[in-house]
Design a protein around this ligand. Structure first.
Ligand code: PMP
Length: 355
């Protein structure tokens, strides 16, 4: 830290992204990326002219992409907001809608408390039930910005739409953010409710089901008022927040929606097999509706499993939070990657005398 940093940030504990190692080729099951490349149409969309046009700023309104997303989700372009990854939208939401504080589950996306600390937001958390479901009653009538990842991370557990709607309905005077980063893998989206509730902000990303984490493209769906608020923050920070290439590739991806839905279905199929096989090996695996599973095995320390797999060239995600020290989050990769993962887990269990 330099002597120049504003004292407001001296104790800020920044978010820790998952490892992106360069030392060797790993089977990478640690950051919930897709094992599949974007659709061939996304690659084909890029021309030499696009590179030449990089001399020009991108369209700050992202009009063409917004129109396509609006059509796909059955709303108007005035209901769509584009951003540089969905983290950007979450950042804006915590900045814009937290005057009365914020509330979210205690076990969820670990960036939420960081955004709160960054913006000096008073926040409280609500413990999940023992089965990792969200205690819906405790998120009703909160009197604060209410944030819900659905499906949740790192558990993968999803809340039925009816219950999400009950949370939105009970908080008419505050924004309810539904972070749907993983919704395409079996969750129920709240996107259809944006016309019914002016306090609903649905946040989505191209990073998971659309295989474009590196393009950094996120979008939000909401009533016109909330979108205008987000635009105000955007135009006060970085008007050209989505670059030209990403806008263009994002349009091609919307045109290939069927391709991405097919990939998501394959990931769901692989997830079912992995869940069954892990349970057969004695793991506890909550039912996941995301592109990852959250796993624990009695007798096996979570950190040990992470390290042993890393030594064998397989990266999974272990969190420093002591409450989940026994657990690991494992991204669902390609079928052959998961076969290799399961084989190594089997070997480790045998070496530890647990099989
Ligand atoms: N929400 C959740 C729940 C996530 O797990 C992630 C990925 N780390 C994000 C949002 C942000 O994703 P991105 O910025 O890549 O869109």
């Amino acid at each position: 830290m330099s002597a120049f940093l504003h004292s407001r940030f001296s104790d800020l504990e920044a978010y820790t992204p998952g490892e992106q190692p360069r030392d060797k080729q790993y089977i990478k099951l640690n950051t919930n990326e897709s094992p599949y490349p974007p659709s061939p149409a996304v690659l084909a969309a890029l021309t030499e002219q696009d590179v030449a046009d990089l001399r020009l700023y991108s369209d700050p309104e992202g009009a063409a992409l917004r129109a396509k997303l609006a059509k796909l989700y059955g709303c108007g372009p005035e209901n769509v907001f584009l951003s540089n990854g969905s983290d950007d939208i979450l950042n804006f939401a915590f900045m814009a809608f937290s005057e009365d504080g914020a509330v979210f589950p205690s076990l969820t996306y670990s960036f939420y408390p960081v955004f709160c600390d960054l913006h000096g937001v008073d926040y409280r958390t609500v413990d999940l039930n023992d089965d990792f479901t969200v205690p819906v009653e405790r998120l009703k009538d909160t009197g604060r910005l209410t944030v819900l990842a659905n499906p949740n991370a790192p558990t993968g557990v999803a809340l039925p739409l009816k219950e999400v709607e009950a949370i939105i309905e009970s908080n008419p005077d505050h924004v309810v953010v539904v972070d749907e980063a993983y919704v395409d893998f079996g969750g129920q989206s709240a996107a259809g409710l944006i016309h019914k509730y002016d306090n609903l902000l649905v946040v989505m990303t191209y990073s998971k089901s659309r295989s474009m984490a590196g393009a950094r493209l996120g979008f939000a769906l909401a009533g016109r008022g909330i979108i205008q608020d987000l635009e105000k923050i955007k135009y006060s920070t970085n008007p050209y927040n989505v670059n030209r290439l990403t806008l263009k590739l994002g349009e091609a991806a919307v045109d290939s929606d069927d391709y991405f839905r097919k990939n998501a279905a394959e990931i769901v199929e692989t997830r079912t097999r992995v869940t069954e096989e892990l349970r057969a090996l004695g793991f506890t695996v909550p039912e996941s509706k995301a592109n990852f599973v959250f796993i624990k095995r009695d007798g096996l320390d979570g950190g040990d499993l992470y390290r042993k797999l890393k030594d064998r060239g397989i990266l999974i995600r272990h969190f420093s939070d002591p409450r989940i020290a026994d657990w690991n989050r494992v991204t669902i990769g390609a079928p052959e990657e998961m076969t290799a993962f399961l084989a190594q887990v089997n070997t480790i269990l045998k070496e530890e005398g647990l099989l």
